[in-house]
Design a protein around this ligand. Structure first.
Ligand SMILES: Nc1ncnc2c1ncn2[C@@H]1O[C@H](COP(=O)(O)OP(=O)(O)OP(=O)(O)O)[C@@H](O)[C@H]1O
Ligand SMILES: [Mg+2]
Length: 466
């Protein structure tokens, strides 16, 4: 990847000049004309280096520098000053600006300072990551560390519970936001990491099977139980059990699980002996368990037992700074997988990805990149290579239409209820499909339909199956 440089200067001529010069040197350049714009762009794109004019229309360069440094302490900033501002330049150096260059700009000096800053920055950036994450990501190379403050807080929690305690953790978050990844991180960074991490999806198995998978069974305890079998709780001894989609667990199994959490003992199905275990339970859900408690499909006492440590993984649209680093990572992965040689995305494509609302979160981003890399060729991905980025606008229109119907006086021409409902249904089916990367069972689950009903609607609306 080319180093990314952000130029913040109110003079367009200088922005253009610097951009052209730096691009010739094979840097990637983005520009902003005001301090506010610069700060926002920096947050979105996390540049390697910022060239910052001291005199900006909306705020002083010193303020912008402070803002940049407090959000991203590792960021390298070079100040651009007029000669008479040398005092302020000194102040900037105190605030940890890397260096300054005077106007009119001496190109040789500028390029030298830039090169030097970037060299020191790669080290600083690594240090920043290590500082932020402690040794959390040491030896973990299949997870892109997030730069978002909300995720930093999660990493802090993960670090705090990395001792051997059996503290239970409940992970909430939208589908595809990275709950599995966090559950894995909890295990892999804890002292339990050399014991097993065993995972079970509570939605995937009927009640009896789930029960016997979790707790094991004695020989002859039910038809088909021909031999004695150990359950995951036993097998994961001194490790971690990850209960995915805990909201789908049947009530009788919830009762048994509650007992495990209270006493750390259980009985195999058909067994009489109490078995003690030392496991950490990590549970995940993309449903609101409190609503389920109200509906009576989830036990309140179990909820409180699970909820000792709660982690809410924020949706991708609330941490835009992670979008492009993830894109980089997935691009690398899919280049390898499909033997392609993409180096990046053009500006328009990047902006489109940053603007999109990602209902399917990181999974949707990953699937979208996989499809784009597979189906395109060349070195730079363009917006046309991405399918499904434009649907959010349509959803807004539909929302407005419904609101109008409900709020405004009844229109003379009447309302076509069926048509409106069809439109909503079609949009939701399409959205779910996109979010699930074309996987129909997953998409059906996202909107609470069974597979048959879902398939029927896909046909009805003539949606192409990918
Ligand atoms: N930080 C990350 N770095 C790299 N890949 C990630 C990261 N976070 C998530 N992913 C990838 O995104 C996809 C979705 O993540 P994950 O399975 O953890 O989501 P989830 O919240 O468990 O979704 P669901 O609710 O559907 O189970 C996975 O393929 C995962 O590998
Ligand atoms: Mg998951």
């Amino acid at each position: 990847m080319k180093p990314l440089i952000l130029v913040i200067d109110d003079e367009e001529a200088i922005r253009l000049f610097l951009a052209a010069t730096l691009e010739d040197e094979d840097y990637e350049v983005i520009t902003a004309g005001t301090g506010a714009e610069g700060l926002e762009l920096a947050r979105e794109r996390v540049p390697d280096l910022v060239l910052l004019d001291l005199m900006l229309p909306d705020m002083s360069g010193i303020q912008v520098l402070g803002g940049l440094k407090s959000a991203m302490p590792h960021i390298c900033v070079i100040m651009i000053t007029a000669y008479r501002e040398t005092d302020t330049a000194v102040q900037a150096m105190k605030l940890d600006a890397f260096d300054y260059v005077n106007k009119p700009i001496n190109l040789d000096r500028l390029l030298k300072v830039v090169a030097k800053a970037l060299e020191s920055n790669s080290e600083a950036r690594r240090r920043f990551r290590n500082q932020q994450h402690g040794d959390l990501f040491g030896g973990i190379d299949d997870v892109v560390p997030s730069l978002a403050p909300s995720m930093q807080e999660i990493y802090d929690v993960v670090r705090k519970i990395s001792g051997g305690e059996s503290t239970t953790v409940l992970i909430e978050g939208e589908s595809g936001a990275g709950k599995d990844v966090v559950a894995n991180l909890i295990h892999r960074t804890s002292v339990r990491r050399n014991s097993p991490l065993l995972e079970i999806n509570c939605a995937a198995l009927p009640e009896q099977l789930l029960e016997s998978e979790l707790f094991g069974h004695e020989k002859g305890s039910f038809t088909g139980a021909a031999v004695q079998k150990m359950g995951l709780l036993e097998l994961a001894h001194s490790g971690t059990v990850f209960l995915d989609e805990i909201g789908e667990m049947a009530l009788p199994v919830q009762v048994k699980l509650l007992r495990v959490l209270e006493k750390m003992t259980f009985r195999r199905v058909g067994g009489v002996e109490d078995i003690s275990v030392d496991v950490r339970i990590v549970a995940a859900t993309n449903r609101n368990l409190e609503n389920q408690i109200r509906e009576g499909s989830f036990r309140e006492d179990l909820y409180y037992r699970l909820n000792v440590v709660k982690i809410v993984v924020p949706p991708l649209r609330d941490r835009v700074e992670d979008i492009l680093p993830l894109v980089d990572y997935f691009l690398g992965q899919f280049n390898l997988k499909f033997n392609k040689r993409f180096t990046g995305l053009d500006d328009e494509a990047q902006q489109a990805l940053l603007d999109y609302d990602w209902p399917g979160n990181i999974r949707e981003l990953k699937n979208m990149l996989e499809r784009s890399v597979l189906l395109s060729s060349g070195e730079i991905l363009q917006k046309e290579h991405f399918q499904g980025l434009d649907r959010s606008g349509q959803a807004v229109d539909l929302g407005r239409q419904v609101q109008d119907v409900l709020r405004k006086p009844f229109p003379e021409e009447g309302v076509d209820l069926e048509d409106l409902v069809d439109q909503i249904e079609e949009s939701l089916v399409r959205k779910a499909l996109a979010a699930a990367g074309g996987n129909q069972s997953e998409a059906a689950r996202l909107i609470g339909l069974n597979r048959d009903k879902f398939r029927y609607r896909v046909k009805q609306y003539g949606i192409k199956e990918s």
